[in-house]
Design a protein around this ligand. Structure first.
Ligand code: KIV
Ligand code: ZN
Length: 401
């Protein structure tokens, strides 16, 4: 691939660099319970820009006046990132989108149409040849507004292969610089998605003129695995959201993709431009403005991601942190690992906790405190520092009575 259009200045000849396209403000915001106000969207966009996201999909300008205004304001304020707006294949959508993004230093129009038999027949009620014509006309229309045009084959993974290739070829000839093949309904598997990209790129004669993009939904819990598999087939742009928010079961989570690449470069030989130490901040901001909670055991940003309660794990962690952590909490912006004191905690963690709280107990006092801690932990779900201080102080008091 040789194109240098858009893509955060990343050239596709720079073959291991993966373009991160964040769609928290569009596909993420579209899901029930995740809507954001104008100001909240600006705040999220500013953070995404400063953490190194290459492309921010800021919204769907035809959807409402509010969406139009937020996309336009994000475009106006953008510093580094390319600002994209989404539009269907209709000219009025594309023109509205062009109007919203044109004030960006680096604008992109992202236009899409469904290409699968089920979508064409039941949703669009269009014949395949008419869809192909719409692909070409919509991309050409978008190119009248901006140089950087992305075209998506909605429901791409359930599209008939030969037709998909004809659409991709038509879109590139009409001027699309990025081709996205979404797994709109989260149906594909990693092996299948790798092969799809490999075969489309091999079959479409002008495929080297565009950057190929993955866009995966999480209906079967494989969005991140599928996205990474797409890279193996030659895709170099990943569309994702903070905390994986998005339609139904969500989109591929940005933080998981970035940390999978950072942690397993041996088998995922790619780089991104993301400052991973900002991932926790971004997760907290998006959770706060959407009121969409992050599950406790969510990879990378869940509150338990760097917390250990079992005695065996706490003992291992105190001996060497890599026994039970494959990345450091600091690398994603978390201050430190937490050893949570509970009924599963052992002596080693209790000794460390006492040291941290400033106690230096003799053997008898320690045995007594540890027994009382275990009794308390059996009765109480969470044992806080204050509980431990109280039980140690009580024990010391009783010894002096
Ligand atoms: O999931 C999808 O297919 C989409 C497209 C609009 C890119 O979100
Ligand atoms: Zn989507």
């Amino acid at each position: 691939m040789t194109t240098e259009h858009g893509n955060g200045g990343v050239s596709q000849s720079d073959s291991d660099r993966v373009v991160i396209f964040d769609t928290t403000l569009r596909d993420g915001e579209q899901c029930p319970g995740a809507s954001m106000t104008f100001e909240e969207k600006l705040e999220v966009a500013e953070l995404l820009d400063s953490m190194g996201v290459d492309i921010i999909e800021a919204g769907f300008p035809i959807a409402s006046q509010g969406d139009f205004e937020s996309v336009q304001e994000i475009a106006r304020r953008s510093k580094t990132a390319v600002i994209a707006g989404l539009s269907r294949a209709a000219f009025k959508d594309i023109d509205r989108c062009g109007e919203a993004v044109k004030v960006a230093a680096r604008p992109r129009i992202h236009t899409f149409i469904s290409t699968s038999p089920i979508h064409m027949k039941h949703k669009l009620q269009m014949e395949p040849e008419a869809v192909l014509e719409a692909v070409i006309a919509s991309v050409a229309r978008a190119r009248n507004h901006v140089e950087d045009v992305e075209w998506s084959a909605e429901d791409g993974t359930r599209t008939e292969f030969e037709f998909l290739c004809r659409c991709v070829e038509g879109a590139i000839n009409a001027g699309a610089t990025t081709i996205n093949i979404p797994d709109t309904v989260g149906y594909t598997t990693p092996e299948e998605y790798t092969e799809l990209f490999r075969k489309v790129r091999e079959t479409v004669p002008n495929s080297d003129k565009a950057v190929f993009s993955v866009h995966c939904h999480n209906d079967l819990g494989m969005a991140v695995a599928n996205s990474l598999a797409g890279l193996k087939g030659g895709a170099r742009q990943i569309e994702c959201t903070i905390n994986g928010i998005g339609e139904r079961a969500g989109n591929a989570a940005l933080e998981e993709i970035v940390m999978a690449i950072n942690t397993r470069r041996d088998v995922l030989p790619y780089t991104t431009g993301i400052d991973a130490t900002m991932l926790t901040r971004a997760s907290k901001l998006v959770a706060a403005v959407t009121s969409f909670p992050v599950q406790y055991n969510k990879a990378i940003v869940g509150r338990n991601a760097f917390a250990h309660e079992s005695g065996i794990h706490q003992d291992g962690m105190l001996k060497h942190t890599q026994t039970y952590e494959i990345m450091t909490p600091e690398s994603v912006g978390v201050k430190a690992t937490s050893l949570v004191m509970g009924k599963h905690s052992g002596r080693h963690a209790f000794v460390e906790k006492l040291k941290e709280l400033g106690y230096d107990l003799g053997d008898n006092a320690f045995q007594d405190a540890f027994k009382r801690f275990k009794d308390l932990a059996d009765r109480k779900k969470h044992v806080y520092d204050e509980d431990i201080e109280a039980l140690v102080d009580e024990g010391i008091g009783a010894a002096h009575d």
